[in-house]
Design a protein around this ligand. Structure first.
Ligand code: ACO
Length: 322
């Protein structure tokens, strides 16, 4: 029997503290008007001192499990996407496993920066489809506030902290049935210098800060996302008009508008949270998904297109029927 991963629950967590653009403008040469016009961002959530990526992840995971009506003991795999782990090792996924009180199964991290959730989803989906896992927790969780250079106005205004999670369950693959239809991953390591962190255990023995050539990243994002979205549709013999909801990585409203425009999708069919969350890297897609599900926009039987692009460069897409 062919298996498919059914997304049976989703959840989100955002730290309490909200930092509006105006607050950043008190200590930086920037303005609310500049940030809103160039990015669509109005505010971001910032983790409290002592609140770690694993805390955000565990909170989102609990919400997803509750939504799915499952307990931690039902899970046999955790794949967690993050570029901001609590520690260099162990994997943040293993810390989340302990926080959930889960003592069996496997837990590991995936690192593909802003595309991390799509990568983690693809990995978990493959485990489920070959029968190596039956119920998997896929989490995107980040505390980017910890790797920002808060004196660099070109980067620090763009990011926020948060976590989102989904629960996958193996089900029989049926034509037109719910579940993940396909995932598509790409990377091209030649562009590292355009988006990276200038630290790391092997190179500098420091954590480092995020560095980015924003304009160039923007250009590559628009091209790569259009390509992978086209690939996902073609692989399933679908055209863009079949998509009910585009659930994009929330880097910048202008990048999302450009992808939607290329697909011919109206803004009403794009889930956008960037205004309130900013760019939460690997957390942004599951945060947007959880919001669309919670507020009732995403309904059973609808076709979703998830996509993301990030440092590496990495990029990817996933087509799923809700
Ligand atoms: N406030 C005021 N002025 C600023 C700010 C700021 N926060 N940041 C930069 N500027 C200035 C620059 O210094 C520059 O000034 P100059 O002309 O005097 O040199 C001017 O604004 C234009 O700078 P650009 O970087 O060319 O501005 P651009 O229109 O490209 O917008 C931005 C910058 C918003 C970063 C844009 O390039 C972008 O969104 N790129 C995508 C990057 C991204 O989203 N990365 C996230 C990670 S990867 C991903 O998730 C896809």
């Amino acid at each position: 029997m062919a298996l498919r991963s059914h997304i049976v629950g989703c959840g989100a967590y955002l730290p309490d503290r909200v930092v509006a653009n105006a607050e950043l403008a008190q200590s930086l040469d920037t303005s609310d008007a500049w940030i809103v016009e160039r990015t669509g961002i109005h505010q971001r959530h910032i983790a409290a001192a002592g609140e770690f990526t694993s805390d955000l992840a565990a909170a989102a995971a609990r919400a997803a499990l509750s939504h799915a009506g499952l307990a931690a003991g039902d899970i046999d795999l955790i794949v967690l996407a993050t570029a901001t782990p609590d520690r260099t090792f162990p994997a943040t996924a293993a810390r989340v496993q302990a926080k959930l009180g889960m003592t069996r199964g496997a837990a590991f991290d995936v690192q593909a920066v802003c595309s991390g959730f799509i990568y983690a989803l693809a990995v978990a989906d493959n485990f489920v489809r070959v029968g190596q896992a039956r119920t998997a927790l896929v989490i995107g969780a980040e505390t980017f506030s910890r790797i920002l250079d808060w004196t660099d106005r070109g980067t620090c205004v763009l990011f926020g902290d948060g976590a989102g999670a989904v629960v996958l369950r193996a089900t029989a693959a049926e034509p037109g049935g719910a579940g993940i239809l396909s995932t598509h991953l790409h990377s091209d390591g030649r562009y590292e210098d355009l988006l990276y962190v200038d630290g790391g255990p092997s190179s500098t023995q420091t954590v480092g800060h995020l560095r980015m050539v924003g304009r160039e990243v923007f250009r590559h994002a628009v091209t790569n996302l259009a390509a992978v979205v086209g690939e996902a549709l073609a692989a399933n013999g679908l055209t863009a008009d079949a998509i009910d909801w585009l659930v994009p990585h929330q880097a910048n409203q202008r990048i999302m508008d450009s992808t939607a425009r290329k697909l011919g999708l109206p803004a009403e069919r794009v889930i956008s949270t960037v205004a309130r969350h900013a760019n939460t890297s690997a957390a942004s897609v599951p945060l947007a998904l959880a919001e669309g599900v919670r507020d009732g926009r995403i309904r059973q039987g609808q076709l979703l297109l998830l996509e993301a692009m990030g440092g590496g460069f990495t990029w990817g897409a996933c087509l799923a029927r809700w």
